[in-house]
Design a protein around this ligand. Sequence first.
Ligand SMILES: Cc1ncc(COP(=O)(O)O)c(C=O)c1O
Length: 362
Amino acid sequence: MSMNLHGGHPGQTFERLGLPPRPVTDFSVNVNPLGPPWSVRKAWPGLISEVSRYPTLDGDGVRAFYRKRFNLPGECVLPGNGSTELIYLVPRALKIKRAGIMQPCFQEYERALRLGGAEVFSVPLSAPDLFKPLPVETWENHLVQADAVCIGNPNNPTSTITPRKDLLELVSRHPDVIFLVDEAFVQFLDHPGNVSLLHRRYLRPNLLVFHSLTKFYCLPGLRLGALIGHPDTLAGIRPFKEPWTVNSAAEAVAGLLAASRKYERYTRELIAYQRQKIAAALADVPGIKLFPSATDFFLAQWTATHDLDGLLRPLLMEGVHVRDCRNFAGLENNFFRFAVRTPAENKRFQRALMHIASYANG
Ligand SMILES: Cc1ncc(COP(=O)(O)O)c(C=O)c1O
């Protein structure tokens, strides 16, 4: 059975299930359901003038965003063509030899580390423990054999949050281990400031944070993000990076995002309220096990039939696409993920899910 490595490709799922394609609402991608900020939409036609010239070598427009929005000095920011570029750059530049990855997680960490020449081992979260964060002692056991560890925070697809104080304690106790923390979804949290390491005071030479601007600002097609770290560590990585990877339209758009505070607030309110409603509506549906979420997506498990296709097929026929998670390590047993979207879309999704579950439960 071939399955998508990423969300956002309903066509492949239609094909795999032998169904004729039709328009769907795509719950398999966790981007802001509001779409890009209004300021970006308004500026869009004018961006044609940007693409007729080369962008800056190192994405200065994105660097300026992090200075304005997070008060991060330019020397602590390495912009990229989405955080994916930087996830691939770091193992290559730092010549990581042996890395632990908190799993299940975004699958590109493992691929990037292996392509960079690293050996990889799993630091597993436990489904019976609801994918709760690992205690510091568990990390200690894993860290003895690693020169790097990779931790999604919040983690995709489990929504696990590793407390900042635990991370900082481990970072200071293990100066020879490089901590790679992915904060692609951190801005969707109710209080990102309680979790995020995107502040000058938290930066250490053995800590690197991947940050994305494509999820929270709904710009996945524009590709922009950054690696945040200590100036000395970034100075060692920068020489390995290709020039011009942040395009000039993305640079110009980054300049608009720093002033999107109203959009940010509204997004967080919308997500928080909808998340609560979804959790309440699906808490006791027979055939669906919902895992706790603090962000803009839920992990769930289908237990009504033996095969997740028993859910995916009728959902697609109802015009709903979710992320099949069976190709994540540890999620083979009928796990799926869905995004929190607009009120009307969420309602439609819940209705479809409940209807299919009641039908499957006989
Ligand atoms: C956890 C996580 N990190 C990073 C990325 C990459 O995001 P981008 O390259 O668009 O910044 C993704 C994309 O799905 C993701 O899920």
